[in-house]
Design a protein around this ligand. Structure first.
Ligand code: FNR
Length: 186
């Protein structure tokens, strides 16, 4: 199986990119082939409703859609802004949604977040899963949020707290098992 993993931040030293890299290494250890994408690859302008019917959808959104279509599942690791999903992330989802066939439809997804605050960005994930589910993505019920992210990672990008590391590994393993069961039913 092959999964797309993306940390949705451009910030140098991004906690969400660090978490995405950690998720990618856990997936690889579990035998999953990973396409680790950089958010910068999918920069798009603000949505323009003149681009209906797939005409005028920017290259960044087309590249994201192609990468999504070539994998069995995706992992989005997104910051929380103002108790919600960053407008930039929603904007990318909106552009991608205009392509046909609609690329999120039927795809399995796992959401993760990291934030220096105690909520760990979890409120942003609840906002992000709404449009994704609306688009027919099969979002994994569990969402992984790392709170106090400024002290949660070692210099090598691992989680300091072994209990949290174990829980994250378990959630990712469960997600892989679900996707595997659906893709290759016994
Ligand atoms: C934030 N941040 C933030 N954090 C949070 O947990 N809840 C929030 O509502 C917000 N709101 C917010 C708004 C804006 C405009 C910014 C720029 C930031 C802080 C945010 O979690 C922090 O900047 C993280 O470091 C962003 O993730 P990356 O870039 O480190 O991956």
């Amino acid at each position: 199986m092959r999964f797309l993993v993306m940390g949705a931040s451009l910030r140098p030293g991004s906690f969400n990119v660090t978490l995405a890299e950690l998720a990618a290494s856990v997936l690889r250890e579990g035998g999953v082939d990973v396409d680790l994408a950089a958010y910068a690859e999918f920069q798009v302008p603000g949505y323009d409703a003149g681009a209906e019917d797939g005409q005028g959808v920017p290259d960044g959104a087309r590249r994201f859609a192609e990468r999504l279509r070539s994998v069995d599942a995706f992992v989005l690791v997104s910051p929380e802004y103002n108790a919600s999903v960053p407008g930039t992330v929603k904007n990318l989802v909106d552009w991608v949604s205009r392509l046909k066939p609609q690329p999120f439809w039927g795809h399995h997804g796992l959401l993760m977040s990291a934030s220096p605050r105690l909520t760990g960005g979890n409120r942003g994930l609840w906002a992000l899963r709404v449009p994704l589910e609306h688009l027919g993505a099969r979002m994994f019920p569990e969402m992984i949020s790392v709170a106090q992210a400024d002290t949660a990672f070692t210099a090598g990008g691992l989680l300091v707290d072994p209990k949290q590391a174990k829980r994250m590994r378990q959630s990712i393993t469960d997600f892989v098992a679900l996707v595997s069961a659906v893709k290759s039913p016994a």
